[in-house]
Design a binder for this molecule. Structure first.
Ligand SMILES: [Fe+2]
Length: 286
């Protein structure tokens, strides 16, 4: 497939890698929105080029990742204030290739109902499967989707959790392919750990997922933090790759009721308002 002509998708910033995965004289080929990109390192700066046209793309380094765009974004990267707090630790969790629309990855990230069954005895237990009522809204002031007052019993909420806890969650879909989670920090109940899922939509039905964890955790090693997140995400990947269709339908009626919960409905409505086409199942749109 060639580069999409969807202006809504083009005019966004996307993560396309991590700076530490690039080295001088070794260009890396990757894909974004159906286009081939070449990433490199020259004169200490990360470069991104649209391979077919040779066009140099803007590059921003932020939140432990390399961001670029094929279009003309009307706004910058989402602000994440916690990156200014110097006692936090950042762990980035590499790149996981997933055969699914990036929008499916975001929707799955928002879905608490799967915790007891997919992340059994980590993020949920099978005898406490209930998702308590929570609030969800499209925040017009920042043009984001927020799900607040989410609560879930978790036997192993984080790498450093000793025993179970009732976790408080706040989900923030900051961009169509960028979602953040703020959750109770096991070592300091007054603060929240931040987990980001940053998606590189390579093609409509294929994605590369990057994650970061920005935690207040003086105990766990970085390896333990990364291993914890990878364990969770590899469990999700099995579910995601078996989901059909691979693209996201925008009508909640297209899915079973458990999938079509409040945050999923708000997310789909928000995408529909934006007129995004890339990664969306359009067969039902007529
Ligand atoms: Fe999951």
């Amino acid at each position: 497939m060639s580069r999409t002509d969807d202006p809504v998708a083009l005019d966004e910033w996307y993560v396309v890698g991590r700076p530490e995965d690039l080295s001088i004289g070794r260009p890396v080929a990757t894909r974004l929105l159906g286009a081939e990109l070449t990433l490199g390192l020259a004169g200490g700066a990360v470069t991104a080029v649209e391979t077919e046209t040779g066009r140099a793309l803007p590059v921003t380094l932020a939140y432990g990742h390399v961001w670029t765009t094929l279009g003309t974004p009307t706004r910058g990267l989402p602000p994440i204030a916690e990156f200014d707090e110097t006692d936090r630790r950042l762990a980035t969790c590499g790149a996981v290739h997933v055969r699914a629309s990036g929008l499916r990855l975001v929707e799955n990230f928002l879905d608490m109902a799967h915790f007891p069954f997919v992340h059994t005895d980590i993020l949920g237990v099978e005898d406490r499967p209930t998702v308590e009522p929570y609030d969800c809204e499209i925040r017009r002031d920042v043009d984001e989707v927020w799900a607040t007052n989410c609560r879930f019993w978790q036997p192993q909420a984080a790498a450093n959790a000793a025993g179970g806890q009732m976790s408080d969650y706040l989900y923030r879909v900051a961009r169509p392919f960028t979602v953040l989670l703020y959750k109770t920090c096991p070592s300091d109940p007054a603060r929240q750990d931040v987990i980001g899922l940053l998606i590189q939509p390579t093609d409509e039905d294929r994605s590369i997922a990057y994650a970061f964890v920005l935690v207040v955790d003086a105990v766990s090693s970085t390896t333990e933090i990364i291993h914890f997140q990878q364990t969770i995400f590899l469990q999700d990947r099995i579910i995601l790759e078996n989901q059909r269709p691979r693209l996201l339908p925008l009508s909640p009626r297209a899915e079973t009721p458990t999938r079509a919960d409040l945050s999923s409905i708000a997310y789909r409505r928000w995408l529909k308002e934006k007129g995004l086409r890339f990664g969306i199942d359009r067969r039902e749109a007529a």
